[in-house]
Ligand binder design. Structure first.
Ligand code: ASP
Length: 320
């Protein structure tokens, strides 16, 4: 009989002064058929992003190349007013962007509050690959981008400027929930996972505000032995509950991606003592290519693609 020991990937056992802490052994079900390649993205602009991610894989790219190329489609699209070029600005009329990326080795990179750089996801990848750091913010992130060949560009489109002027005239002091951060997870043919998230964040936010998207563990987490998760929704809530990390940890305990997403959304709801209205949504993929998604409010959709398929799916939600 095969030793049950061989069904485990041993990633670490911690024993200290007679106190045995839980080990991080991961059970692998060798009989499960893994569905790959697989790409899952948030919202309907995920369809285009998935198409490009699958193409990237077909051209020999890795999961990391796929998610970078995939989410760049939303950053480049002026019609997407929640990501990159065309994103709605902060209260001063400046477009400020947040992005993060993680690969199958657990490497991570992110940029926060970066201005005038169209593809923050690619800057985040450079931070990950070419610096000893994980996150660069504000002017430092911009200077780093410029040194690495990125150009200064005006990201405020005419449409976004008009919307901002209307908001300004309304004398509103509050930011507006501007969903549609793109988050994408890819499981490539090699069985490697990577993820990327990029956004312009809440519309008309207080200048200086950073959301959950560049925070590793909040909007994005990847553990190649287990799975990956991405978030979209009210960043302040996603930061306070670290749902993407939580989802991966629940999958490690044996939850399916669906159960893990439901757990994370319930956690957000249970901490919302004042019953504020906001959206919180997650997507998750495990090592076997099983997909999960759940949102607090109805209306969240996500796109799932394989080699020859790409479809938009309505997520189930906790509130009806
Ligand atoms: N999570 C983003 C932020 O708060 C916005 C969103 O996804 O709706 O910056």
């Amino acid at each position: 009989m095969k030793s049950s020991r061989r069904n485990f990937i041993k990633t670490g056992v911690i024993v200290s002064a007679g106190l045995a802490l839980p080990s991080c052994e991961v059970k692998v079900d060798e009989k499960k058929v893994v569905k790959k390649p697989l790409v899952v993205s948030t919202w309907n602009h995920g369809l285009k992003a998935n198409e490009v991610a699958i193409e990237t894989l077909q051209n020999g790219g890795s999961a990391l190349d796929a998610v970078e190329a995939g989410v760049r489609t939303a950053e480049d699209d002026p019609e997407t007013n929640s990501v990159g070029y065309g994103g709605l600005p902060d209260a001063n009329g400046d477009v400020t962007l947040d992005a993060s990326i993680m690969d199958h080795l657990g490497n991570a990179g992110s940029v926060a509050y970066i201005k005038n750089i169209k593809n923050p996801i690619s800057v985040a990848r450079k931070v990950m690959e070419e610096t000893p750091h994980v996150m660069l913010a504000g002017d430092g992130a911009k200077q780093f981008a410029l040194k690495n060949g990125f150009k200064v560009e005006n990201l405020l489109t005419e449409n976004s400027r008009k919307s901002w002027e209307i908001w300004k005239k309304s004398n509103s002091n509050s930011p507006e929930e501007n969903h549609d951060t793109i988050g994408q997870i890819c499981l490539d043919e090699e069985g490697n996972l990577s993820g990327a998230v990029t956004t312009s964040g809440l519309a008309y936010k207080i200048p200086g505000r950073v959301g959950d998207s560049p925070i590793i563990g909040a909007a994005l987490f990847v553990d190649n032995e287990i799975g990956a998760a991405c978030a979209t929704g009210m960043g302040e809530w996603m930061m306070k509950t670290l749902g993407s990390f939580l989802i991966v940890e629940k999958m490690r305990e044996g939850f399916s991606p669906q159960e893990a997403c439901e757990f994370a959304v319930s956690r957000v709801k249970s901490k919302n003592y004042n019953n504020e209205y906001f959206q919180a949504a997650y997507i998750a993929v495990n090592k076997y290519g099983e997909v999960g998604s759940y949102s607090l409010q109805p209306g969240f959709e996500y796109a799932v693609a394989g080699k020859n398929t790409n479809e938009l799916i309505k997520s189930r939600s906790l509130n009806k």
